[in-house]
Design a protein around this ligand. Structure first.
Ligand SMILES: *Cc1c(COP(=O)(O)O)cnc(C)c1O
Length: 390
């Protein structure tokens, strides 16, 4: 099937919820993807910060094949070695003691909110304006963007929103009924918004002082995206809970809630569950993703190629005054424009580069962690050419 035939199928049989780019992707290798008409693209999008190891990574192909021959799913009625080994690994690479396995970011956040309510016996969750925490009714309520929730009222009670980057607003919003503060280390969907340097440290101190849990949503920032394994390391804080998903399976759907101290044991038997959560295939893949990030020094790559890309973006900003900001860490970068960005993502796609337009006027760069400076050079050349045509 070609692009048009696949798009026609979609428009007839799939609920039209996504604003999609008009191409159908068929296969990929590393950071290169091909569409159904045979056109080639270099990937600076990674399936929304998911494909940490790119496409068709030999180790991912190998682990999926081997695990599929053994066991794909057995339900959480039984134990599996794959779950236990990944949980131990997650505890070793973080400050957290235990994991609950979910299938997606929204499900991880939903579970984290339940965990915080169970632990504290309180109901209220404080989150920030312009945030994104998922699409379930609870997580869309926590999300600080009206467009995602307006049509779905009534929304569940117990949520308060405050401006992002303003720790005093959090201090003022906390009440006797506050269970937790839920916040992204860097707002992803909101446009790669980096908070003031001391913000998360201050939020941590406020939460400690007022006995409120700090839940850091690391669904997008986790697993090397910012150059550190997790963004809480970047800011030197110790949240009580983090939620993870996107890059954990490098494309295989798996997520999780990580908690430490007493919070890690607050769920009792029967309190929470997920049929698919932590199935052996997902856990085996995630284990391989983490091992590969470590063995192939992908945190270093995220930092060095990320800094290289950021420098190039800053140089481009200096040439074009309609670029108003360059920001981000590691391979989690963005430029902000004084105009809409969607048209530029389209033009870059036509030139053979997948980048993402978000928050109306932002172009987000979140390539696989295996990207090289050669790929960056090609993309920057095309970006500069495009902006010079304006
Ligand atoms: C993508 C994202 C989510 C939602 O994850 P899904 O897997 O789409 O449910 C939640 N929080 C953040 C910060 C995200 O970027």
């Amino acid at each position: 099937m070609n692009n048009k035939e696949i798009i026609d199928l979609d428009s007839k049989y799939i609920m039209q919820t996504y604003g999609r780019q008009p191409i159908a992707l068929t296969h990929g290798e590393g950071v290169v993807l091909w569409d159904a008409d045979g056109k080639e693209y270099i990937d600076f999008f990674a399936g929304i910060a998911v494909n940490a190891l790119g496409q068709s990574h030999p180790k991912i192909i190998d682990v999926i094949q081997k695990q599929a021959e053994k066991l794909i799913h057995v339900s959480n009625v039984y134990y599996t070695e794959e779950q236990g080994k990944l949980a131990k690994k997650l505890a070793e690479i973080t400050i957290f003691n235990r994991v609950f396995y979910a299938n997606s970011g929204a499900e991880a956040n939903e579970g984290a909110i339940k965990l915080a309510r169970k632990y504290t016996g309180k109901g209220e969750i404080i989150s920030t304006n312009n945030s994104f925490h998922g699409r379930t009714l609870v997580t869309v309520t926590a999300t600080g963007q009206d467009k995602y929730k307006e049509p779905f009222k009534p929304l569940p009670p117990g949520f308060k929103h405050v401006p992002y980057g303003d720790s005093e607003a959090i201090a003022n919003a906390i009440s006797d009924d506050t269970a937790a503060v839920l916040v992204e280390a860097i707002q992803g969907e909101g446009g790669v918004v980096v908070p003031p340097e001391n913000y998360l440290k201050e939020v941590e101190a406020i939460c400690n002082e007022k006995n409120v849990l700090l839940i850091l949503d690391e669904v997008q920032t986790g697993f090397g995206r910012t150059g550190e394994m997790f963004a809480y390391e970047l800011y030197g804080i110790k949240p009580d809970i983090i939620t993870i998903a996107k890059a954990l399976g490098s494309g295989y759907p798996i997520g999780g809630i990580l908690a430490r101290g007493d919070v890690a044991t607050a769920f009792d038997y029967g309190d929470h569950g997920a049929t698919f959560g932590g199935n052996p295939l997902g856990c085996a893949v995630a284990m391989t993703v983490i091992d590969t990030i470590e063995s192939d020094n992908l945190l270093d790559n995220s930092k060095t190629v990320g800094n290289y890309l950021k420098d190039k973006l800053i140089q481009i900003k200096e040439k074009h005054d309609f670029i108003t900001d360059v920001r981000g860490f590691g391979l989690f970068l963005a430029i902000e424009l004084d105009r809409e960005s969607a048209e530029f993502a389209n033009k870059m796609r036509e030139k053979g580069f997948l980048i993402n337009s978000t928050a109306d006027n932002v172009l987000r760069f979140a390539p696989p962690l295996i990207i090289t400076t050669e790929h960056v050079d090609k993309m920057i050349l095309a970006l500069d050419e495009m902006f010079s045509e304006i």
